[in-house]
Design a protein around this ligand. Structure first.
Ligand code: HEC
Length: 210
């Protein structure tokens, strides 16, 4: 071994002693936070609060949206596709008429290929607005049950979309139904909220279908 490497531990030790001597001893406890720093924190917090209160942006997520009309949340509503709206509303009907529109034999009549669905739209609107009870023949089967009315559940646009949907799903093909028809039928039935029977419904239908 060379003398150089024999000296190494000594040299390292003396270097450390020097470093230890020159470094400040760590102190216990901590220095008090400068008052100026505390004041600065208060100032920035207050300023931030003031800034938010002064620029609330209506508390709306759309405030800084440069193209508000391109979102689902604001601006003029895009025209709703009646088939989509109708499909959504139809979830209120599936419990009885089933999602395939075939109903339940002996209990709930089918909407598929039903003359009540694809026929006179004024009659269909009337059924939904007032509900229907008692013996009813649908596709050569007689049902004798009750359907509640839907007059307070859906507005005219929604009922029109629902009718358009059931008239054009599961192979049904019939004209779309306009909102005006529902508005008109509702007005005609303003003073008559009685659930239809097959007979009263036929009278109502004859009353205006010329
Ligand atoms: C609580 C069960 C029930 C619900 C929910 C229901 N219906 Fe009915 N619906 C019936 C019954 C029962 C009849 C037959 C009534 C009768 O026997 O007089 C009927 C009859 C009908 C008819 C006429 C007959 C036919 O099959 O074409 C139409 C149209 C109709 N419902 C559409 C709807 C639509 C649309 C909805 C959803 C808004 C709906 N129903 C929700 C039970 C229901």
């Amino acid at each position: 071994m060379s003398s150089h490497s024999d000296n190494l531990p000594d040299r390292v030790l003396s270097m450390h002693e020097q470093a230890v001597r020159e470094m400040e001893e760590p102190k216990d406890g901590s220095t008090a936070t400068p008052v100026a720093f505390i004041l600065m924190c208060f100032f920035f917090t207050a300023w931030g609060g003031y800034y938010i209160a002064d620029n609330p942006g209506s508390w709306s997520g759309q405030e800084y949206n440069e193209q508000p009309n391109h979102t689902a949340f604001s601006g003029p509503a895009a025209p709703t596709d009646p088939m989509l709206l109708g499909k959504e509303i139809f979830s209120a009907c599936t419990q009885c008429h089933q999602s395939d529109g075939k109903g339940v034999a002996g209990m709930y009549p089918p909407l598929v290929a039903s003359e009540y669905v694809t026929g006179d739209e004024r009659r269909l609107a009337a059924i939904l607005v007032n509900g229907i009870n008692g013996p009813l023949v649908v596709n050569a089967s007689t049902y004798s049950s009750e359907m509640p009315n839907w007059r307070s559940y859906f507005n005219d646009e929604e009922l029109a979309a629902l009718m358009t949907y059931i008239r054009n799903t599961w192979g049904n093909k019939a004209s779309p139904v306009s909102k005006d028809i529902v508005t008109k039928v509702r007005a005609e039935l303003a003073a008559n909220a009685n659930a239809w029977t097959a007979e009263t419904l036929a009278t109502f239908t004859r009353g205006e279908a010329k």
